[in-house]
Design a protein around this ligand. Structure first.
Ligand code: C5P
Length: 309
């Protein structure tokens, strides 16, 4: 009897940086009201999906040992939630290749969940629309809709309500990956604690920053980057101050803690400048490793396996 070997589906999903992250009040549901501007970066995870006898998750790449492979993984929830919605069993093996730092404030787990939704939609020939996938994404986590969407977007609510933002040009980044991660809920709790003791200054609105994106002006954008979670991340990991200083000394236009951290993101003038900053930062001994990335890039997308041989 001829047995047909199932073809795997491969999906690539981007990391994000919050160019503007204004954290409002704690809501009764335990989330904070946000106004944020996301940009998707060329640093990516790859997720491969293939039919199997049971749902299994494997994780490869840097930091893989710190990623759970059971129901605590957002990918597990994405697969079971989608399978339930369409009335089938999640019989699939999912292999995650990490390029995005684990617990780094760059939405790596959300990228994998978004990739799983897109991948299963293709693997199971579901023909769900992007809006239908976005509805499931917002049930999974605050950043998952943006990982699907990609590009540049304004996020409100807990970050899950998205509006596209006009962005001209490509922006060039250097990312300083920290030793160890930070837990997002802990960083939010630390911000609440700091605010209870007297306010760390809050960032303003995002209007000017969105104008600088539309103009494609990196110097202007650099001056407007802001993150309310930065004070909390620095309070939990004071050594990040040195990392931020070192990036500026290395020639970056500006540096910011990415999301809840501890990754630090440095905006640079050009692709060449980013390479120079990354080389100098690598030698400064202030972080675990350094990556160069560009943005905005698209959201989670199936890669044609034949086109890559
Ligand atoms: O939505 P997600 O599961 O990624 O959020 C992780 C945690 O981060 C939440 O449980 C909450 O503690 C915190 N959070 C928040 N306000 C947001 C988003 C996340 O307090 N808007």
């Amino acid at each position: 009897m001829l047995s047909v070997v199932p073809r795997p589906v491969l999906v690539r999903a981007p990391a994000k940086v919050n160019l503007h992250l204004a954290v409002g009040d704690l809501r009764p549901d335990g989330y904070h009201e946000l106004t944020t501007v996301f940009q998707a970066l060329s640093l990516c995870d790859e997720v491969e999906l293939v039919p199997a006898k049971a749902l299994t998750i494997k994780v490869r790449g840097e930091g893989a040992r710190d990623v759970p492979t059971d129901r605590r993984n957002l990918v597990w929830k994405a697969a079971t939630r989608l399978a339930h919605k369409v009335g089938r069993d999640p019989l699939v093996e999912i292999v995650i290749d990490k390029g995005i730092p684990v617990a780094g404030g760059m939405a790596g787990g959300s990228a994998d969940a978004a990739a799983t939704l897109v991948g299963l939609n293709a693997l199971w020939h579901l023909d769900l629309t992007r809006d239908e996938l976005a509805d499931i994404a917002s049930e999974l986590g605050s950043d998952v809709p943006f990982s699907l969407h990609g590009g540049s977007a304004l996020g409100t609510g807990r970050g899950e309500k998205l509006l596209p933002v006009l962005s001209r040009n490509t922006f060039h980044w250097v990312l300083a990956l920290a030793k160890g991660g930070l837990s997002t809920p802990e960083v939010y709790r630390e911000l609440d604690r700091l605010r209870g003791q007297g306010q760390p200054p809050r960032i303003g609105d995002a209007q000017k920053l969105m104008q600088s994106l539309a103009a494609g002006d990196s110097a202007q954008l650099a001056a407007l980057l802001g993150n309310d979670l930065q004070a909390a991340a620095l309070s939990l990991k004071p050594e990040l101050r040195r990392t931020l200083r070192a990036g500026i000394n290395a020639g970056a236009l500006a540096g910011i803690v990415s999301g809840s951290g501890p990754t630090c993101a440095f905006l640079c003038e050009s692709a060449d400048a980013a390479i120079e900053v990354s080389t100098e930062l690598s030698g400064a001994g202030v972080c675990r490793s350094v990556r160069v990335a560009a943005g905005p890039v698209g959201g989670a997308k199936v890669i044609d396996l034949e086109s890559i041989g």
